[in-house]
Ligand binder design. Structure first.
Ligand code: MBD
Ligand code: FE
Length: 291
C-alpha cells in the first residue's frame, strides 16, 4: 500500500501500535520480576561510561551545535511521550544484541523479536489454521516443516509460536479494532516433530510513522519499510528457544530492512500450492540443546 492510501483511521491505528508496545513491555517485565531488568553495578558503570563517552566523542568530532543538541533533546523527550522506546530500540539496536546472544548457536538462525510479541497465543494443535477474521484479506499460505535437535532427532511436542501483521500492516493487541489473537497462534509439533500451519502471506510493512521514530526517519530522509515477514518463537524443553523471522524472496526491502533483521538463511522458498489456492512453503527449525 502507498502512503496516500492511509486513511485517518489507519493513521490512528499505526500511532497506537508504537505506544502500546511500551505498556506491553512494562507488563512482561513486571511478570518476569527478579529475572530481568537487573544489571550489576560494575557492568552498569562500564557500559554507561562507554555509551556516554562514545556520544561525547561524536559531539567533539562532529562539532555538534546547540541547535542540534536541542533538536536531540526535544526528540528524546518525544520518544518517551509517544511511548516509542520499544519501537526505537528494537528497530535500531536489537539486531546487534541478537547477534551477540546467538553467536554460539549451531542450529537455525534467529533474528530480532521486535515490539509486537505476546506470549500464550491460542493452541492450534499440530496443523491448525491461525485465528483470523471471516473476511481477512490476503493470499493463503501453508507453512510446514519439522522441528529437530542439532543431532537430527525430531522434537515431538516442540512449540511453534507464529505472529504476523495483517494485510494493512497491523498487529492484533497493538493496533485497536482487531480481534484479540488475530494472526497469532501456538502449534505443537506431532510425533515426527512436524507442524503444518495455515495462514496468510504477509505484506511488506512500514513501521509506524506518526510518532518520534517517523519524525527521525523523515528528518533523515530514510524510509520506514521492513520486508514482509513472519515472526516465530520455537522451543522445546531442554533446548534453547529460537526467536526468528522468515522472509520472502523478491521483496523490495530484503536488502534495506529498516530494522537490519534479514539474514540469507531466513529466506523462504514459497511455491504455488498444488493442493489449493495460494502458496506452500517448507522450513525446518533446528534447536541447540541448553547449555
Ligand atoms: C515490526 O513488525 C517489527 O517486526 C520490528 C522488528 C519493528 C517494528 C515493527
Ligand atoms: Fe514485525
Amino acid at each position: 500500500m502507498t502512503d496516500t492510501s492511509f486513511s485517518a483511521e489507519v493513521t490512528a491505528k499505526a500511532a497506537d501500535s508504537g505506544a502500546n508496545a511500551s505498556a506491553q513491555f512494562r507488563e512482561r517485565m513486571a511478570a518476569a520480576a527478579g529475572r530481568s531488568g537487573v544489571v550489576d553495578t560494575a557492568r552498569v558503570d562500564h557500559l554507561a561510561s562507554k555509551v556516554i563517552k562514545s556520544i561525547n566523542d561524536i559531539v567533539l568530532e562532529e562539532k555538534v551545535s546547540y541547535e542540534e543538541y536541542n533538536a536531540l533533546k526535544a526528540w528524546l523527550i518525544k520518544v518517551g511521550e509517544d511511548g516509542e522506546w520499544p519501537l526505537f530500540l528494537d528497530v535500531w539496536l536489537e539486531h546487534s544484541v541478537e547477534e551477540v546472544a546467538s553467536e554460539h548457536r549451531e542450529g537455525s538462525k534467529g533474528t530480532i523479536e521486535g515490539p509486537y510479541y505476546i506470549p500464550d497465543a491460542p493452541d492450534m494443535g499440530w496443523n491448525g489454521t491461525i485465528p483470523m477474521r471471516d473476511d481477512e484479506p490476503g493470499t493463503p499460505l501453508v507453512f510446514q516443516g519439522q522441528v529437530r535437535a542439532v543431532d537430527g532427532r525430531p522434537l515431538s511436542g516442540a512449540k511453534v509460536e507464529l505472529w504476523h501483521a495483517d494485510d494493512l500492516g497491523f498487529y492484533s493487541q497493538f493496533a485497536p479494532g482487531l480481534p484479540e489473537w488475530n494472526l497469532r497462534g501456538t502449534w505443537s509439533a506431532n510425533d515426527d516433530g512436524r507442524f503444518e500451519i495455515n495462514t496468510l502471506r504477509p505484506a511488506p510493512y512500514q513501521i509506524p510513522t506518526e510518532g518520534a521514530c517517523g519524525q527521525l526517519i523523515a528528518a533523515a530522509g530514510w524510509h520506514a519499510w521492513r520486508p514482509a515477514h513472519l515472526h516465530f518463537k520455537v522451543s522445546a524443553p531442554g533446548y534453547e528457544l529460537i526467536t526468528t523471522q522468515l522472509y520472502f524472496p523478491g521483496d523490495p526491502h530484503n536488502d534495506d530492512d529498516i530494522a537490519s533483521a534479514v539474514k540469507p538463511e531466513l529466506m523462504l522458498d514459497p511455491k504455488e500450492n498444488p493442493a489449493g489456492e495460494g502458496f506452500v512453503t517448507d522450513y525446518d527449525f533446528v534447536l541447540d540443546p541448553e547449555k
